[in-house]
Write a protein that binds this ligand. Structure first.
Ligand SMILES: C[S@@+](CC[C@H](N)C(=O)[O-])C[C@H]1O[C@@H](n2cnc3c(N)ncnc32)[C@H](O)[C@@H]1O
Length: 265
């Protein structure tokens, strides 16, 4: 197995063939450069005022070190009704939903500290690649530090403008992030765009209550922080209208998982 330093230095080489040269030439995304072991394609611009409070919280440097082993388990267990079995199986179930194997390329959007990216990398052969993309520098530094893997690279980019050409990737996922990004359906459009025909997609997000009064209260309170509660049909409807097939949904407490496949024809 290669050392962590070797992974970092080859990250640019591994990732470059997948990046969209046209978008780089047009300045839509920045020139890829290696920073602290991850590849960065975002400009060094000042703070973006359009970010929600929930999004800014994710960039708080003290969150990244506790995210994988404290923050996420506590949040997931509480929001999923303390379903321990599902919590333990969540990563493997995602690998299965994405049909990951061999030398496929999978994009883990909003990867945080790489807690899923490393599991995806494990499911692939040495010719495969798991790309963990996030906008937060502290999260990506933590990903490089704790979830480095020979089959994984980490990339600083924006989920609403992915740095890949159309139909470039075998599988795409976005977990625990669509509810804090102000324009989640732009992210979904981008996921559809970069997915190859026959490729698999999986999202995990919030689910609003079926009771109108509770739903209104959830939206009013959480809306103040920038967190969004999605209707139970929000993603199944979106997937269906985008022409996806093999759509399945799982509900645990106030969390929903939706999976699907982009048709080949
Ligand atoms: C709660 S974490 C999810 C981490 C991981 N996917 C999981 O399921 O545990 C949400 C992540 O979304 C990232 N994020 C928020 N807005 C983003 C954007 N526009 N593009 C890329 N990542 C974004 C945050 O930086 C944060 O790391």
């Amino acid at each position: 197995m290669a050392s962590e330093g070797t992974h970092a230095s080859s990250a640019l080489d591994r990732l470059s063939p997948f990046l969209d040269d046209g978008r780089i030439a047009d300045g839509v995304i920045g020139r890829p450069r290696l920073v602290n072991g991850y590849v960065d394609v975002l400009p060094d611009s000042p703070e973006d005022d359009s970010k929600s409070l929930a999004q800014r919280t994710m960039e708080f440097p003290l969150l990244a070190p506790i995210y994988e082993h404290i923050w996420r388990p506590a949040g997931v267990l509480a929001f999923m009704g303390f379903n321990l079995q599902h919590f333990r199986e969540e990563r493997e179930k995602t690998v299965q939903a994405l049909h990951l194997s061999g030398d496929q390329t999978v994009l883990d959007i909003a990867c945080g500290p790489g807690n899923f990216t490393a599991t995806f990398a494990d499911a692939l052969s040495p010719g495969g690649l798991a790309i963990g993309l996030d906008i937060s520098r502290p999260m990506l530094r933590k990903a490089v530090e704790t979830n480095s893997h020979p089959n994984a690279v980490y990339l600083r980019g924006d989920a609403t403008s992915l740095p890949f050409p159309d139909a470039a990737l075998d599988a795409v996922t976005c977990y625990a992030a669509l509810y804090l990004i102000p324009d989640p359906f732009t992210v979904l459009d981008e996921m559809m765009r970069v997915l190859k025909p026959g490729g698999r997609i999986s999202v995990m997000a919030s689910r609003a209550s079926e009771y109108p009064a509770i739903r209104r209260a959830q939206r009013r309170v959480l809306g103040l922080t920038g967190l969004r509660m999605f209707d139970i049909n929000a993603f199944t409807d979106y997937f269906r209208s985008s022409g996806l097939t093999e759509i399945t949904q799982e509900i645990y407490g106030v969390v929903q998982y939706v999976h699907g496949m982009k048709p080949t024809g």
